[in-house]
Design a binder for this molecule. Structure first.
Ligand code: ADP
Ligand code: X2W
Length: 295
């Protein structure tokens, strides 16, 4: 490799510029929701894993909550099981629940843990079943906008009743990176499929994380003209949902972000996970790559 003084000097100045961000974030907990749509290819997956390991090395405590919607969809298709979404939630009967759990915990969670550890990180995978970490209850229609009084039965779709942090706290205290699959259980031991954004938001609230990063497959929240909304506060969102600007998978994302910032998380960021080093760009530079949500 030929030595380039210019390139080395550029690297040094990037590190210097990151210093105030590192000083501010060191010791803080940051919840990163890694959406299934952001896991586009191996290069991006490795970029994500390196970003997380670097965060940890800088003294930040990342907690990963992952999705896997497209991966579940692909497996259901292979098995000839039809699937349908209502307002961003997958209708989940028992055979679908079996596939959801198999793909999220057996495939996606294990892959993310392996990726992080392949970059010398120290990740540990868990689902909400481990140490009762995510207590679920059946999702009723109140989270679904414009459903009116009509009851839509989504099957084994849950919402978060409680996050029990004993295991997550233990992992963080001993230097591990928790990687959480969004599967919950209720008091009877029934398994529920929970939208990963909802889990990430609640985990961020309960841990009083300083930031919630939601990595997805779009530059951020877009307005009706398809332009990026760079900043949003909690009062504007109901209107955007009511007029249809926010639809599908963006509904749980925005709702969990609003709930998080209303309950002690300083900021939530919807970020394009298809951009290389998306996490570092958002945390350690002033590049402001997505939509910032504050209370
Ligand atoms: N106003 C909006 N701005 C951006 N995306 C939106 C909007 N309304 C709906 N969406 C949809 O939400 C999707 C992101 O949600 P989702 O597919 O659940 O992603 P993820 O798997 O990352 O959680 C976008 O790809 C887009 O199709
Ligand atoms: C109830 C519900 O819809 N659960 C989601 C869980 C995975 C998820 O949320 O994945 P993304 O973050 O990649 O969308 C599903 O079955 O697809």
């Amino acid at each position: 490799m030929t030595f380039s003084h210019e390139a080395a000097s550029q690297s040094a100045s990037i590190l210097t510029e990151a210093l105030p961000y590192i000083q501010q974030l060191s010791g803080q907990t940051i919840v990163v929701k890694y959406g299934g749509n952001a896991m586009e290819n191996d290069e991006l997956k490795h970029s994500f894993a390196r970003d997380i390991v670097l965060m940890k090395e800088l003294g930040i405590n990342p907690v990963i909550v992952h999705g896997g919607g497209p991966q579940i969809g692909a497996c259901l298709k292979q098995l000839n099981i039809e699937t349908q979404f209502i307002h961003g939630m997958r209708i989940t009967d028992q055979p679908t629940m079996d596939v959801v759990e198999m793909v999220l915990k057996g495939q996606v969670n294990s892959e993310i843990v392996n990726l992080i550890n392949s970059h010398n990180g120290n990740a540990v995978g868990l689902s909400g079943k481990d140490a009762h970490s995510i207590i679920a209850r059946k999702l009723t229609t109140h989270l679904i906008p414009d459903a009116g009084t009509e009851t839509i039965d989504l099957g084994f779709v849950g919402e978060v009743a409680e996050i029990r942090t004993d295991l997550i706290d233990l992992l963080l205290a001993t230097g591990f990176i928790p990687v959480i699959a969004p599967i919950g259980v209720d008091e009877q031991g029934d398994t529920y499929n929970i939208n990963a954004d909802l889990v990430a938001g609640k985990v961020a609230e309960v841990l009083q994380a300083s930031q919630l990063l939601l990595l997805t497959n779009i530059p951020g929240l877009l307005n009706k003209e398809g332009q990026l909304i760079t900043a949003l506060n909690t009062t504007e969102t109901d209107q955007l949902i009511a007029d249809g600007t926010i639809s599908g998978g963006m509904i749980p994302k925005i709702k969990c972000a609003i709930s998080a910032v209303n309950n002690g998380v300083t900021s939530a960021h919807i970020v394009d996970g298809r951009v290389k080093n998306a996490v570092l760009l958002e945390l350690l530079t002033n590049a402001n790559v997505g939509t910032l949500i504050t209370a």
